[in-house]
Design a protein around this ligand. Structure first.
Ligand code: HEM
Length: 403
């Protein structure tokens, strides 16, 4: 099977600009559709209906731990030799390791703890808008949506902001492997991340501070709860997850508002709607299009389909969040939608740890933007905006706006 024989080519540029018609066909066709991933050159099974997506994500017969796969698994073969930094964090293991790793950091991400960051997130947002206010236009992603969450997570972890550009480059490589299937750069970026964090750890060991890195180092030094590689891998996950997600919540959210002027006016008139507006932005064009991969440890049957041992399954969160069986008029963008039980943050034990932080960042950033820029509008024809390659992260390449 090659990408050109994919009956549902989710990777085609027109599908990147709008994947919803492809997902509508897939939802009609079957509970699970077998596709061919042109990046990794492996088959993947995808669930697109809401009920199936939720079932698949919580089915313990699928593992997140590559080490449990038979050596014959194409995914395992493909990824052999890559840095352990990719494989030893909470999103790439099952219980009991998952429970142990998640518990170590979960306190720092509770809604209560995250709420304490409100003044700081507001101050950073103001500072970023101050820097562009008089210029009349900006790329919303570069000037605002990207630096905000990156600054916040860098401060929480305790990694210097000056290294931001470096993180952005490595993260981009890791999230968007090249279509030619050459994974050398991905491996190299993984290695560079690991080396970078090892250097940071040495510094913090010598001089602890009041940050997550120092707190995790203290746990690691106590003994058997966190190995040095698990610690490095955890820092990698938090940094990457804090980079590539909230930026697209803000970007896709503002894009949706500008495309729906009546909803934009509604929010301007009643900023208290922001929390439900952010939920609708997450549902309508969530930043994480598909779940991360899971694998069948042994041959098994799911919804009448036999999945061979070692093969990959994913759930399309975006497709599930547009399932008409679950959402009334799913194509309608309604900032006061109720109920709105979307799965943009995933489901079950791997439900996004950073959800309270992302929600807070999104609500502050968008309301402040609307408040300070009453004439906000697209600076280019929205039909010509380009979306990013790849089906994991859904976001624009640039979002030029005028104000
Ligand atoms: C709007 C922004 C965000 C979205 C849409 C999002 C989405 C997701 C999704 C869908 C998953 C589950 C993946 C799966 O089960 O395959 C996940 C997991 C995770 N997210 Fe987020 N995320 C966002 C922001 C963040 C932020 C800001 C952080 C933290 C800095 C974060 C940290 C994590 C972590 C650590 C996990 C793994 C949890 C586990 O395995 O138990 N996320 N996220």
């Amino acid at each position: 099977m090659s990408t050109s024989t994919n009956r549902h080519d989710l990777w085609a540029p027109e599908a990147r600009a709008n994947p919803l018609p492809v997902y509508a066909r897939m939802r009609q066709e079957a509970p699970l559709v077998r596709l061919f991933d042109p990046y990794y050159k492996v088959p993947i099974w995808m669930a697109t209906r809401y009920k199936d997506a939720v079932e698949l994500i919580r089915d313990p017969r699928f593992t997140k731990d590559m080490r449990k796969l038979p050596d014959s698994s194409p995914s395992k073969q493909l990824r052999s030799g890559e840095s352990d930094v990719f494989n030893q964090h909470m999103l790439s293991v099952d219980p009991p390791d998952h429970t142990r790793l998640r518990t170590l950091v979960s306190k720092a991400f509770t809604p209560r703890r995250v709420e304490e960051l409100r003044p700081r997130i507001t101050a950073i947002s103001h500072r970023l808008l101050d820097a562009v206010q008089t210029s009349g236009s900006m790329d919303l992603l570069d000037a605002y949506a990207f630096p905000l969450p990156v600054t916040v997570i860098a401060e929480m972890l305790g990694v210097p902001q000056e290294d931001q550009d470096q993180f952005r480059e490595w993260t981009n490589i890791v999230i968007n492997p090249p279509l030619d299937g050459d994974l050398q750069n991905v491996r190299k970026a993984g290695m560079q991340f690991a080396q970078y964090f090892q250097g940071m750890m040495a510094k913090r060991r010598a001089e602890p501070r009041d940050d997550l890195l120092s707190a995790l180092l203290a746990v690691e030094e106590q003994g058997d709860r966190l190995s040095p590689m698990e610690l490095t891998s955890m820092l990698f996950l938090l940094l990457v997850a804090g980079h590539e997600t909230t930026v697209n919540l803000i970007g896709n959210g503002v894009w949706a508002l500008l495309n729906h002027p009546e909803q934009l006016e509604r929010l301007r008139a009643n900023p208290a709607l922001i929390e439900s507006a952010v939920e609708e932005m997450l549902r309508f064009r969530g930043p994480v299009e598909t779940s991360t991969q899971r694998w069948a440890t042994q041959e098994l049957e799911f919804r009448g389909q036999v999945i061979p041992a070692g093969e990959t399954v994913v759930a399309s969160l975006l497709a599930a969040d547009h399932d008409p069986e679950h959402f009334a008029e799913p194509e309608r963008f309604d900032i006061a939608r109720e109920p709105n039980r979307h799965i943009a943050f995933g489901f079950g034990i791997h439900f996004c740890l950073g959800a309270p932080l992302a929600r807070l960042e999104g609500t502050i950033a968008i309301n402040l933007l609307l408040e300070r820029m009453p004439r906000l509008r697209f600076a280019e024809d929205p039909a010509r905006l380009r979306w990013r390659d790849g089906i994991l992260v859904n976001g624009l390449q640039r979002l030029p706006v005028a104000f």
